[in-house]
Design a protein around this ligand. Structure first.
Ligand code: AHG
Ligand code: MN
Ligand code: MN
Length: 320
């Protein structure tokens, strides 16, 4: 089944369907550019600039950001956007009657671009709290994750997949290269209750607090009845790809506070919130180690937070 029909059958508001159409169209352009990345230097490598978080921007970070912004502006239903690659939120003056705002990580896992490893786009959609037709306010963007009305990601990998939720289940669509359309392949995907993968950048182990050190050791020590190891470690370094494997196979992803990133590395608004929304809608959980991610009241656009997300049994053990 194609995306538009699926959304219509679910009773999705027509304005939100148009937002999905913009995501669909932009992701196809980015996918096509991503697939060219192996061909030469014009799309590889650093742009020579930094984003507001002091991170070096890759050419594809900037290209993807421009693609999504262009489609979102044209869509007419979005009054504005916040992006990892934009210092401040953007207001789309031409669509102030739009009732939604969107947050994006246009290219997630950008250190993997040059080595042909999976990368992604992450998005989160909210209803604006300010009045339609008026200018946007800070509060339109600084909403707790529980207010998301849709969230998802595109995984540009062996195949390109769109994974999303509008609040009732998490669904997977695959881009069919023959027809150029996304097709439903997995409705209501569920995190296996107790996974076998733990995904964590272990170079930071010495920085972890004692509880997390103990949890990492538990993951290494745990054995099944036959004596074989219960868990295995997998870490790609693209949140989208690590999350995607875990939602299918079962597992936990952790990016805690470290010496280099004392508040955690991942960004609440366009990484942790949308991934937690997808996890919860698939029977999983998302936490900053002490509280539910979706309950956090944001105070800054590019706010970072420690992040735990994954299968419910593994999450319960990690958090206890
Ligand atoms: P981005 O490329 O959007 O800046 O995100 C990178 C993030 C995330 O995708 C990944 O899981 C994490 O950074 C990897 O960080 P480390 O290299 O520190 O493990
Ligand atoms: Mn990212
Ligand atoms: Mn990014």
């Amino acid at each position: 089944m194609e995306l538009k029909k699926f959304l219509e059958d679910k009773g999705t508001e027509s304005a939100l369907i148009e937002v999905f159409k913009a995501i669909e169209d932009a992701s196809k352009v980015v996918q096509s550019e991503v697939s060219r990345a192996g061909l030469g230097a014009d799309i590889y490598g650093a742009k020579g600039s930094e984003n507001i978080q002091g991170e070096e921007q890759q050419k594809l970070d900037v290209y993807a950001d421009e693609c999504f912004i262009k489609e979102f502006r044209a869509c007419g239903q979005l009054a504005g956007l916040a992006s990892e690659e934009q210092d401040d939120a953007l207001q789309f003056d031409e669509s102030l009657n739009g009732e939604y705002v969107i947050m994006i990580d246009p290219l997630d896992g950008s250190s993997n671009i040059d080595v042909n490893v999976a990368i992604g786009t992450i998005f989160a959609v909210y209803k604006r709290v300010s009045e339609k037709g008026s200018g946007l306010e800070e509060g339109d963007f600084l909403q707790a994750g529980k207010h998301q009305i849709a969230a998802g990601y595109v995984n540009y990998s062996v195949s390109t997949q769109l994974v999303f939720s509008t609040g009732s289940g998490t669904h997977i669509f695959t881009l069919d290269p023959n027809s150029g359309e996304y097709r439903l392949i997995n409705e209501n995907v569920k995190f296996p209750a107790d996974g076998k993968v733990y995904s964590i950048n272990e170079v930071n182990l010495d920085d972890f607090d004692d509880n997390l050190k103990r949890y990492a050791q538990i993951c290494k020590d745990k054995r099944k009845a036959d004596g074989k190891r219960m868990y295995t470690g997998r870490y790609i370094g693209s949140l989208v790809a690590d999350f995607h494997r875990n939602i299918l196979k079962g597992g936990i992803y952790v990016y805690p506070a470290t010496v280099d990133s004392p508040k955690g590395k991942l960004r609440l608004l366009y990484e942790c919130n949308p991934m937690s929304f997808l996890a919860v809608n698939a029977g999983g959980k998302g936490s900053d180690g002490t509280q539910d991610i979706l309950e956090i009241e944001p105070t800054e656009l590019h706010q970072r937070c420690p992040f735990y997300v994954g299968s419910p049994v593994m999450m319960d053990e990690a958090l206890s």
